[in-house]
Design a protein around this ligand. Sequence first.
Ligand SMILES: [Zn+2]
Length: 113
Amino acid sequence: MGQRHLVSAPARVETCPSCRRMVLAGMDEGLVVRADPANLNAYGELAALARGLWTYDYGPARELWLRTVHTIKLRRHPVLADHVCGAAMVPAAHRGPGPTPRFMPSNPVDPPY
Ligand SMILES: [Zn+2]
């Protein structure tokens, strides 16, 4: 059996149809991903994982990459968690430095002005 190439696509800003919050929706390895835009620090990621959520790196071309045992030690990009409808907002103590991805330009090569 040959190597499989599954579809991945850049994330888009969407409104969750259930709770009306803004989410980043994309596709990673053929799976639809909806993530909350809060940039998590290590404590925030640990809290998300303890709740059974997946976490993702938000790459420079707006990709959402599932963080795995091989990549979870690295923090090169904003780290986001699965969107959960109705969940409490991420507390400040669980947020990473820098802007949340929703403020990143739609095209990462565009200057932010
Ligand atoms: Zn929702």
